[in-house]
Ligand binder design. Structure first.
Ligand SMILES: CC(C)(COP(=O)(O)OP(=O)(O)OC[C@H]1O[C@@H](n2cnc3c(N)ncnc32)[C@H](O)[C@@H]1OP(=O)(O)O)[C@@H](O)C(=O)NCCC(=O)NCCS
Length: 153
């Protein structure tokens, strides 16, 4: 059942008034993204993030509630600006209605407008829906090793 609910995409900027509800909605989405990991954000952190010149947080609102999001991270490497997409999630109540595709297409469009050459993202193979979505949007798996050095527990 596609596009049944009216949705609106907007970027979180300094001009957006961060109500407790927006923060609550985002925290709900973080819990959907990483269940049981206790990931959460407060207004102070959100205000800091939206003021960051290399980060764009885009959200999708359905009936006045932030019901999905995706963030675009711009990264300067030596010869070009590349981008990375993170925090892609749609509230379970609205999954399967095309919102994931809609916000991803929007964020990809933003990157194109900025002249970005390529976008990277990672997704755990267990995330079946996400992997399907990315492949549908023409992301191709890339042969590389992904490393992480944990500096804090
Ligand atoms: C991944 C996610 C954002 C997709 O959002 P969504 O709004 O449900 O997706 P859409 O309705 O826009 O579907 C777009 C495409 O994704 C794929 N897809 C969506 N749900 C799927 C499912 N349950 N199983 C398999 N493929 C699925 C399909 O290819 C679909 O295209 P189609 O309907 O034309 O076949 C959503 O499932 C989600 O939030 N999952 C939990 C968090 C997560 O895993 N985030 C990704 C982190 S890397």
């Amino acid at each position: 059942m596609k596009n049944k609910s009216k949705s609106k995409i907007f970027r979180l900027t300094r001009e957006v008034v961060f109500t407790e509800n927006i923060v609550k909605d985002i925290n709900e989405l973080l819990e959907v993204l990483s269940p049981g990991k206790g990931k959460s954000i407060n207004i102070t952190r959100l205000q800091k993030l939206v003021g960051h010149p290399f980060l764009e947080i885009h959200v999708i609102e359905v009936a006045g509630k932030v019901s999905g999001m995706a963030s675009l991270h711009l990264m300067e490497v030596m010869d070009k600006t590349v981008a990375r997409i993170e925090d892609v999630v749609v509230h379970p109540k609205h999954q399967g209605k095309g919102l994931g595709k809609k916000i991803m297409s929007h964020v990809i469009g933003r990157a194109k407008k900025k002249g970005i050459v390529s976008i990277e993202l990672t997704s755990n193979p267990k995330r079946a829906a996400a992997n399907k979505l990315y492949q549908k949007l023409k992301f191709k798996p890339r042969e590389t090793n992904v490393y992480r050095l944990k500096l804090k527990k």
